[in-house]
Design a protein around this ligand. Structure first.
Ligand code: G3P
Length: 217
């Protein structure tokens, strides 16, 4: 499973990239607002920093303007993926951008039927939002499982990009369910390395090493 980082924070992206944990980046208007940065500038900066796909979201609600915005975003860098909302207009724009050879990420997916439509429109990625379904008491992971079955049944190449991930357990469940990608907030991604037995084991090793009085260097 690939890891994308769900942020527009350059410092976090750089730090995680240095650990080899960044296969790509996803942003959305809320994350751009949180960064306090100019959308176009920060998108270019992220695209220069990472070699993998970087999702940048359109903000128009009608297909013709989405197409115009999408083409402008795609021209910023070779690794831009245009993010489009899962609406009828978004599907039309997805079809048009796909015909232009531009990669797309259809976002705000909350049902398997929506995911099926996005695949038929040629989406490169589909973004099902797990955490927001869980918030409503619906099992978000079931959507990932159902999309996996549907895409495999019909040989759709659209990649399942699990989004709205809130916990380490979400990440593990996505990997078990066969998501192609998980886009993960930096705090959750950094937290995956943590285990109390790792910390306790390392502490014991260091204490015993100290007793030997040796040094490697
Ligand atoms: O990738 C989508 C993500 O940014 C939304 O996450 O936690 O706001 O539902 P959340």
């Amino acid at each position: 499973m690939k890891f994308f980082v769900d942020t527009a924070d350059i410092v976090d992206i750089r730090e995680l990239d240095e650990a080899g944990l960044v296969d790509g980046v996803t942003t959305n208007p809320s994350l751009i607002a949180k960064s306090g940065r100019d959308f176009i500038e920060v998108t270019k900066e992220i695209c220069a920093l990472v070699s993998g796909p970087v999702s940048a979201e359109v903000t128009a609600l009608d297909a013709p303007t989405m197409l115009e915005e999408g083409r402008k975003l795609a021209a910023l860098a070779d690794n831009v993926v245009v993010k489009l909302p899962l609406t009828f207009e978004g599907l039309k724009a997805c079809q048009g951008l796909t015909a232009d050879g531009i990669k797309t990420n259809v976002t705000l997916c909350f049902s398997a039927n929506q995911g099926l439509l996005a695949a038929k429109a040629g989406a490169t990625y589909i973004s099902p939002f797990i955490g927001r379904l869980d918030d409503l008491g619906v099992d978000g992971m079931e959507l990932i499982e159902n999309l996996r079955i549907i895409y495999d049944n019909y040989g759709f190449e659209t990649q399942i990009l699990a989004a709205s991930i809130r916990s380490a357990d979400h990440v593990q469940q996505c990997a078990l369910a066969g998501a192609d990608v998980a886009t993960v907030p930096p705090s959750v991604l950094k937290g995956l390395v943590k285990h109390k037995l790792t910390d306790a084991g390392l502490e014991a090793f260091m204490a015993d090493w100290e007793k030997t009085g040796q040094s490697i260097l």
